[in-house]
Ligand binder design. Structure first.
Ligand SMILES: [Cu+2]
Length: 127
């Protein structure tokens, strides 16, 4: 009965494909699937994405694309990411090693608001 054999083979092939596919999908634990290079749009009152997340012990690059002028500051991460003067329309690349994990408020200081405004949260997850 060739039909039965063919469909059995097909069944095995589908099962095998499903297993292989499942193996390719990164597991949800840790932060293996988080990117090391993140493009971040900076607006007057927010970020896109609003909560950039990376993994600890990685060489990370934040690519800032500001729509406003100001000083970009990751509160509590000053050693790795010095406060950076940004200009609307230009691109700024901040490269650093994520030495510490945690959540760090991202602030934007402007001439209008020198004290700074929380525009997002930078998250460094444990591997
Ligand atoms: Cu600040």
């Amino acid at each position: 009965m060739p039909d039965v054999r063919t469909s059995a083979r097909l069944g095995i092939a589908v099962l095998l494909a499903a297993v292989l596919l499942a193996a390719c999908i990164p597991s949800g634990s840790g932060c293996e699937d988080l990117p090391d290079r993140l493009e971040v749009t900076v607006t007057a009152d927010g970020l896109e994405p609003s909560q950039p997340s990376v993994c600890r012990d990685r060489d990370v690059t934040l690519v800032l694309q500001p729509e406003v002028d100001g000083v970009f500051h990751v509160h509590g991460y000053d050693e790795q990411v010095p406060a950076t003067t940004i200009t609307a329309g230009e691109t700024f690349e901040l490269s650093f090693t994520t030495a510490r994990s945690g959540q760090f408020p991202i602030e934007l200081h402007t001439d209008d608001d020198p004290q700074g405004l929380d525009i997002g949260i930078f998250t460094v997850r444990e591997p």
